[in-house]
Design a protein. Sequence first.
Lengths: 384, 384, 377, 377
Amino acid sequence: MDFRFSKEEESFKQEVRDFLKVEVTQEMVDEVERGTEIGIGPHCWELMKKMGKRRWLAPAFPKEYGGLGATRWQQFIIADEMTYHRSFPLHLCGVGIVGPTLLQYGTEAQKKEYLTRIAGGEIEFALGYTEPEAGSDLANVQVKAEKKGDSYIINGQKVFNTGCHFSQYVWLAARTDPNVSKHKGISLLIVDMKTPGITVRPLWVMDDDRTNEVFYDDVKVPIENLIGEENKGFYYILTALAHERSFPVGDMRRTFEEFVEYIKEEGLGKDPLVQQSVAQLAIELQAASLLAYRVTWLTDKNISPNWEAPMVKVFLTEFMRRFSNTAIEIMGHYGLLKKGSKWVPLEGRIERLYRHAARRNISAGTSEVQRNTIARVGLKLPRG
Amino acid sequence: MDFRFSKEEESFKQEVRDFLKVEVTQEMVDEVERGTEIGIGPHCWELMKKMGKRRWLAPAFPKEYGGLGATRWQQFIIADEMTYHRSFPLHLCGVGIVGPTLLQYGTEAQKKEYLTRIAGGEIEFALGYTEPEAGSDLANVQVKAEKKGDSYIINGQKVFNTGCHFSQYVWLAARTDPNVSKHKGISLLIVDMKTPGITVRPLWVMDDDRTNEVFYDDVKVPIENLIGEENKGFYYILTALAHERSFPVGDMRRTFEEFVEYIKEEGLGKDPLVQQSVAQLAIELQAASLLAYRVTWLTDKNISPNWEAPMVKVFLTEFMRRFSNTAIEIMGHYGLLKKGSKWVPLEGRIERLYRHAARRNISAGTSEVQRNTIARVGLKLPRG
Amino acid sequence: MDLALNEEQEIIKKSAQNFLKKECPSSLVRELEEDEEGYSPDLWRKMAELGWMGLILPLDYGGSGGSFLDLAVLIEEMGKSCAPSWFFSTIVLGAQTIMSIGTEEQKDRMLSAISTGDSIGTLAFIEPKSGYEIANIQMTSKSNGSGSYLDGIKLFVPDAHIADWIICVVRGKKERDIDPDLELLLIDKKAPGISITPLKTISGDKLFEVKFDKVKLSPDDLLGNKEQSARNFETILQNAALAKCAEMVGGAQMVLDMSVDYAKQRVQFNSPIGSFQAIQHHLANMLIDLDCSRYLTYYAAWMLTEGIPCEKEVAMAKAFTSDAYINITTLGQQIHGGTGLIKEHDMQIYFRRAKSAALSLGNATYQRKMVAAHMGL
Amino acid sequence: MDLALNEEQEIIKKSAQNFLKKECPSSLVRELEEDEEGYSPDLWRKMAELGWMGLILPLDYGGSGGSFLDLAVLIEEMGKSCAPSWFFSTIVLGAQTIMSIGTEEQKDRMLSAISTGDSIGTLAFIEPKSGYEIANIQMTSKSNGSGSYLDGIKLFVPDAHIADWIICVVRGKKERDIDPDLELLLIDKKAPGISITPLKTISGDKLFEVKFDKVKLSPDDLLGNKEQSARNFETILQNAALAKCAEMVGGAQMVLDMSVDYAKQRVQFNSPIGSFQAIQHHLANMLIDLDCSRYLTYYAAWMLTEGIPCEKEVAMAKAFTSDAYINITTLGQQIHGGTGLIKEHDMQIYFRRAKSAALSLGNATYQRKMVAAHMGL
């Protein structure tokens, strides 16, 4: 057993840290902390390009497509440091989902067209899965893609498609065969957001983030934008989910450190009740880190963390909830203040986290769905 | 709104209290606290007879059958005071289940034969419902009762039939028609425990209580011992459950009071962490009392507390768990000591409660089943 | 025992429900929240016309002499519809304080105008370093050649922007053997030297920093006589905490109702999600939390109404209900999924307000300390 | 990073598993629990023959010089099968203390006999009024004309009935500037004046009151030199707490395994109960609690093995695992229903032992205080 990074990993970590120390400015953090309100803003695009140059944006991509062919631990280190330095607004869909799927199932032309631009920080994709009737039940996609000549004609409505207002492309799940069982008639398509017929309507989220309703009205997509085989989309989606399973806890670590500093400065740490609560949070954060290490360790050994990753997801997002809830109680009325208010502590990060955590327990699979997976996959319990 | 007992109720309460002060001896409490290890022991039979004389044992029975025709509040007061004074070992099945069912569905002969003896503290019934394959799924009763001439012939196995080693009769659920849907083929029968062919094997419970496996081998029961109509047993069971819904919190109140005294004496109450935990328990106990009042208030108005009673059940039994768990932490190693050990505090009641609470969250409907009922009946949610 | 509302209370409940449904829909709540001013004179006037301001004021001052239970019933309904906080500031914090410790002259001067809705007020209490501990209040009136004046900052003062007057709680001058030694000053908001700054909060409540810069005091500004003010202020705050419980119970009830409706309608995996056991158990837990909160609150409100000492029971209600409301809104949000996160949806309003209400007027930890003290720990 | 056991550890694990399955079935556990003596010399001898006593003892004393991680792996397996506590008393509490602070002479005298299984011992620490706070230890050696002696009562001393020696922790005589000032005395259990009384506990652990009645002390009885003993004792206790974590992780794993099996087999309402979402979520929560406990424990054990200071990490592991084991056994019991409540079933053994283990060697509250202290709070 060894919980240490190797020498090489440590020096890589230092390299990433040095880079971030120079590059991450207050303006960038401000932009990042507005979340998907703006998504990838000008400072972020700039950072992405700089990272792209160093091949750190999509480190897992092969070198020929702008990556580093990096190990899982290197990827983890980048993600952890980036989030710790608050230099990243969100999970990049191009890097995390589109890239790996294209590498596995894309045509040569698709790889050439998209991968290098993704790795270079030039383009981003929005996820186009969720619909009004397809939330946890993702297979219930209703948006239609009808083949006509050398195009698909897309019609229907998506919802909670968060990236659509700042991404160049959408990674769309659409029904190509309505006559088979629902998992079997879905295809994945790349849709250029500039295509006529797409209407994006903002939905504002409780945590001041933005997501979208997206309406497709006879949107014409060239058939070469189909990913892999027709009607195998749901399978690709599941495979891609398996790629998308790094859970850096850097941002929580940072915010927790700042919170502990705050309560020391305010003299709150002498209260035995505060000590108990804060110690408990510290323990849980430690546990979350260790669970996250396990996921990286497994993927590094080419084992798919089919239930271990959901465990990190549910534990970490529920930690966010407990952390923000407890921290606000400890800070008292000040804890209720929002960023920008007079008297606000810690730039309102914890207040916002309270609202944000509610969302994080829902998006990308609710905590209930994660527990189902842990039980059914991890413990092999039968379906109901 | 009025949370006071009426003047009459207050004086009735005082009367019960005065009686108990005289009658409840240390020997009786010792007997009671051995739970179903002995069930109703000699001191308890004596008390039951004395109560029977005052018509307080089955206060809800009509006067002609030895009862008082008492109000629900009077019944509550008796139960609450009895449990507070630790003068009752268990829920009496004759008073709580057999009596009300016989009053509603019994023949005149059955009423005459059993009711006065129940109310007089002469006999007790054991519940004969649960089987190895019929726990939460009570309708899955397999024990057979075949009609032959003027008898039923009983065969099969029961389990967790707790009262069978100290009761004169068993209130048996048996399958009389195997060819209909499982809820519809069950009948209720009164079986004399002295009937040949019954074997009672003790099962010792973690909390040192006793329950039993009971084997029926060609046990002959006269047909006049059938309750109501054949094959309507499951329906009667459900109706009886509705009668059986008084939840006195007297015993918990008493034990909690003693615990609070203990921590004061030991000087533990100055610790802010102890204060928080103990205050929280006091609040929950108060809430449990109020929920119990509601159930009595509803039944007093002839409203069946179909989901309100399950709420008391789950809240109170989970309170027992939290109370004993927290109290042991506060008492430290002393909290782990069992009754009879040197250095044991509070006669080991809290240590035993920790083991007993686990059982109380399971018997008479698990906490999960109670929550199902609250959701489906109280909130009218659809079945899965 | 009788756990039902009486006839008048049922009428209050029904009429408040009807009124708020019509006059205070969630669209208005959202609008007022987003607006910096956040005040609707029209709604205020209509509430006054219904007699709400006077509900618990004595008949002599144009009130209807209602009980605390009556008030709780009304506030529960306000909590259900997230009605704005002006009523709470003026009546629960303001008028109750004046009724409790004001001199006859002050009652005469203030209460009639309050009961007609013509006077709006608030209470200023927390200071930058005080937390919610009365004992930590530092601000005190000072004297110079030309008389007494007030200097300092009060925080988290609700609705200071529309208040005509502010009851300001300051430390007494240790002239008396009372701990904590407090004075309550009834100050005209227009007095020179008062400036206010809005604070932005999670709940959209209108809370303010109120700065007193050499604000002149006259002897008339002292609310009540000194003995009373110090003794009663803790009780006033606890009564307000109990009113906050009623508000939370109303909000929690609404969240449960919304969540049950949603769980019945929302279909995933070919079934309404309300048929899934995980959702059913969430909802059962919400109902348990709600019912405990409700009866702890009613019980204390009944004791208060009957004049039975109930400091412990009020603290019990506020401690439990604060935690319960957080749990209920958290689960409500979880059941609603993405839908409930969107600002257009009402669910998230309750979620944000729950955190604020739970913390207001003594959070669960504070109240459990009170309970422990009353238990002799 | 590597989160796997190494090859030797896998061998320890496997062989312990096989051995305990055969030699320490739950029937034996139950028998030893119910027996007042509760000791099987045969099992003890076989454990010694396998080299378990010597696992972490230095090679010089017949040990195999294993690491703390090796020990944790072995103890985890012992926790799985609820193996009796003698090993813990003699090795984790006793031998570790001697290794840590004994003089060379004392090590020579004690450790070889321990490693062959020929010497059994325990540690006496808690006093009637001390709780688990070292600072509250009051017992101290006294002197009269004929030399030093020991008077007083130690409580909750494990396995005192079979111990050959007892390490008794007493307060020093304030000769030194150390807080708390402790002395550890290595006392022969046969010394005149020692009497023991068994205590009955929830877990069936063999715990004792040990009474010292004018027990004569010789200078040789002092374990180690004084400076070391005081400084190291807290660390020794925390290491033992970490070993207790390993034991709890093993027990929790077994409870989860049993519960999963039962949930798959037990049919109610025509379905295995493991297909019900409520049961699935209980089991998922158990697995989450278990995995967090496991990795917190391994992490601290690895640090200890590597000589990295890890007081905070040990406290984290003990705090979390104590709570987790309670939660896991509570849910395990709930899943097993009536079946698991019966004494014939193994489930209830773990349930009772969990409460005892969680409380032993610093409960969660105590350990969180430690964590807070190490965080500078």
